[in-house]
Design a binder for this molecule. Structure first.
Ligand code: 5AD
Ligand code: SF4
Length: 495
């Protein structure tokens, strides 16, 4: 392993450590849109004959960042490999949302030590949300000298320069900006899917829910200009993509920061999407506070806008929601829920819930259970509250024992299972449109895909259907998925 001199070094000479405190301060000045990304001449061919591997943890935003980093590396001549032993560059794109996500990453970084010993030329990089946390950076500096490069979520476009430094430096290269930079529009992307694609519509989050690290690791809300998004989606449609998902941490705040575009929001953007010849359009993640009537009205028009709403509630107790800083009450959430349901009657709903927030009482948890029963969610992601250093909730005293939190999670998950089975049962004997995504994970003889309402459907059919929209008759509605029969004679809905 190339010797790294990391002990007894005054790191401040080499880099400014990231600071969650600085990240909290929001700048007023407008975000610049820049189009000048290019690979420095001496890096254009550096990857020829070499391989890269990116391991991705966390949300779709990270998955999409990985596509961008892969695009940049491929522009430098690197090729993708799935085999760590064959890799010349390994990047770990990390997630900071909960402690167990971070522990997994640290465990993994540890295992890569042997790989580095076997291949001293290997460049090992850590990026993503964990890289934005000073505690994480300090821990890597102190305990993981096998890491060559750390860069943050705002520094992705600097990958060529950083890689160059890492290749030629004996020090660990660290570049993490606490504050977001501009929006770089012309970054290359190496999309993983050939018929499904993610499209960023905005970056960052200004909501500062008291438990959440994202506003610190992803910076302030910055919307892409609608024309850039429309052009990207049109291009995807031209290439034959069947489904796009518009991405942002809080997509309902889309447009609020755009200069000279008063009142332009997600509703307007979704209306534009309806005019593009792409069969399916989704969006995630929503925040109930900013979900406005115009968006509901546009969703009601249907067409290519899929009838699936992911609407994180987090808690059914107005008191807990207040301490979480969510900006809505139980009643307002329910009003919104019913309003959407009335306008888009076939919509499926999923949610995110945190149990065991500091000092959550049994009664407050029961309010969450009753809200879930009232909404009859099709599914959801449920989490035990995980304190994140630097967030306000992490400083709250907590009187709820871990055993009680685990028991509440179990009770909630049991209810979620029952509701999922109930909502799936409604599909029995129905014909549904499925976008065929590939072989089922459990059985390669079975194909798998999703309905417009985001239900998983498994059925038998030729592999040539992969990437197509087909009709399937549901024959067995299970708890978490639907089994069906491909309706060969039905017209292939290859719009
Ligand atoms: N602890 C547990 N769950 C969290 N989430 C965000 N922060 C935390 C935390 N500190 C959950 C929320 C969010 C989802 C992406 O992750 O439910 O909607
Ligand atoms: Fe985190 Fe709240 Fe922003 Fe979602 S809206 S990313 S939970 S701060």
């Amino acid at each position: 392993m190339a010797e790294k001199t990391i002990s007894n070094v005054d790191f401040s000479k080499y880099f400014q450590p990231p600071s969650l405190k600085d990240a909290r301060r929001r700048r007023r000045d407008a975000v610049q849109i820049i189009n000048d990304f290019s690979i420095p001449e001496d890096m254009e061919t550096i990857g020829h004959g070499k391989n890269y591997l990116i391991e991705t943890y966390g949300c779709q935003m990270n998955e999409h960042d990985t596509e961008v980093m892969a695009g940049i590396l491929e522009k430098m001549g690197y090729q993708e490999t799935e085999e760590p032993k064959n890799a010349d560059v390994i990047l770990i794109n990390t997630c900071a949302i909960r402690e167990n996500a971070e522990n997994k990453v640290f465990g993994h970084i540890g295992t890569l030590k042997t790989l580095k010993l076997e291949n001293p030329g290997l460049i090992l990089g850590v990026c993503g949300c964990m890289a934005q946390e000073e505690v994480v950076v300090n821990k890597i500096l102190a305990k993981h000298p096998q890491v060559d490069l750390i860069f943050g979520t705002h520094n992705i476009h600097r990958l060529p320069q950083l890689l160059k430094e890492a290749l030629f430096s004996k020090e660990m290269v660290v570049e993490v900006w606490s504050k977001e930079g501009d929006i770089v529009e012309n970054l290359p992307q190496s999309r993983r899917g050939h018929f499904q694609a993610w499209v960023n519509i905005m970056y960052g989050c200004d909501k500062f829910c008291t438990y959440c690290i994202v506003p610190y690791t992803r910076g302030k809300e910055r919307s892409r200009h609608p024309q850039e998004i429309i052009d990207e989606v049109r291009e995807l449609a031209r290439k034959g993509y069947k489904e796009i998902t518009l991405l942002g941490q809080n997509v309902n705040a889309y447009g609020k920061d755009l200069p000279n575009m008063e009142n332009y929001g997600l509703g307007n953007l979704m209306d534009e999407m309806r005019k593009i010849g792409i069969p399916r359009v989704r969006f995630t993640t929503s925040h109930p506070k900013d979900f406005d009537d115009h968006l509901i009205e546009v969703l009601g028009k249907g067409g290519n806008l899929c009838e699936h709403i992911h609407l994180p509630v987090q808690s059914g107790s107005s008191e807990i929601l207040k301490i979480m800083g969510r900006g809505y009450t139980r009643e307002r959430y329910l009003d919104l829920f019913h309003k959407i349901k009335n306008t888009v009657p076939n919509a499926s709903f999923t949610t995110d819930i945190i149990v065991g927030f500091p000092n959550e009482t049994e009664e407050q948890f029961e309010e969450t259970m009753s809200l879930v029963r009232e909404c009859q969610f099709d599914g959801g992601f449920t989490f035990i509250y995980s304190p994140r250093a630097g967030t306000p909730a992490a400083r709250m005293k907590d009187n709820v024992p871990m055993e009680a939190k685990k028991e509440r999670l179990q009770r909630l998950n049991k209810l979620m299972d029952e509701l999922s089975a109930k909502s799936n049962a409604k599909y029995q004997d129905k014909m549904v449109e499925v976008l065929v995504e590939g072989e089922s994970r459990k059985n390669p003889d079975v194909l798998s895909g999703h309905t417009r309402t985001n239900k998983v459907v498994n059925f038998r059919g030729p592999k040539s259907l992969i990437g197509q929209l087909v009709t399937v008759k549901i024959t067995d509605a299970k708890k978490w998925s639907l089994d069906g029969e491909w309706q060969k004679e039905a017209e292939v809905l290859n719009r």
